[in-house]
Design a protein around this ligand. Structure first.
Ligand code: DX5
Ligand code: ZN
Length: 238
């Protein structure tokens, strides 16, 4: 099943709980939390306190994408804050197997992330131990960047490996995913779709999420979303 993991990086932080609620009403089922440290990526965002603040306001899983150096030292803090999924970059983990095991040992779902310049082969050895692989389709650090088209072939490659190795990890894609790019990544095999700027937009967030999922589900051959009865609310004036 394809899912929308909406990235709160693009939301209005002053009204975060409301923003999350609106994206959820539009059909988003995963909250993507972009953690940046100003070292691994040239930007700073938020950390475990943000996860802790979000935990009581939603039942949706919190998917923490760690764009930080030395992630091992923060795994426990994210677990205690209430994170459900944690992904770490292959590029920063000197002992990738150990970092992923640490996430699992703390009761969370482990993911590995690869930057656009990292060969897919670099993570083959850890594929059996991950819940998901996150394929970056932009260079990490900022929302609102343009999708890198080679990502489609990289996702296809990963989906082939999954098949050959008899595994069932999920494939997440992140960066520049919008109504015009989502079909190509879904057709290639991605099913956890991160989107920020394509979703959060004052007054349009719920409708954006709904339309995004409609395109994604059609590309996945999943047909139309089941009506929830909530469509008559915020989207009635469209
Ligand atoms: C970029 C982040 C992304 C970002 C995506 O480093 O990892 O999750 O929020 O933003 P959009 O959807 O705007 O490309
Ligand atoms: Zn991200």
């Amino acid at each position: 099943m394809v899912e929308l993991a909406f990235s709160i990086l693009a939301s209005d932080f002053a009204h975060l709980a409301d923003e999350v609620g609106t994206a959820e009403r539009g059909g988003g089922t995963i909250i993507h939390v972009d953690v940046m440290d100003g070292h691994f990526v040239p930007n700073i965002t938020f950390g475990p306190p943000m996860v802790k603040a979000l935990r009581p306001v939603t039942k949706l899983p919190l998917d923490c994408h760690l764009m930080i150096e030395d992630p091992d030292t923060f795994i426990q803090a994210f677990a205690e804050a209430g994170a459900d999924m944690v992904s770490v970059h292959q590029e920063v983990c000197r002992h990738l197997n150990r970092s992923l095991q640490l996430i699992v040992d703390h009761g969370m779902l482990a993911g590995v992330v690869i930057n656009p310049a990292t060969p897919v082969e670099a993570i083959v050895e850890v594929l059996p131990m991950v819940h998901h692989v996150l394929v970056m389709s932009v260079n990490p650090g900022f929302g609102g960047q343009r999708f890198l088209p080679r990502s489609v072939e990289r996702i296809r490659h990963l989906a082939r490996l999954r098949e050959e190795m008899g595994l069932n990890f999920r494939i997440e894609v992140d960066g520049g995913i919008a109504h015009d790019t989502v079909a190509s990544v879904v057709e290639a095999g991605a099913d956890m779709l991160v989107a920020g700027s394509a979703i959060f937009q004052k007054g349009r967030t719920e409708a954006n999420a709904r339309e995004f999922l409609k395109v994604a589900r059609a590309a996945a051959g999943e047909g139309h979303p089941v009506a929830t009865g909530q469509e008559t609310g915020a989207t009635a004036g469209l």
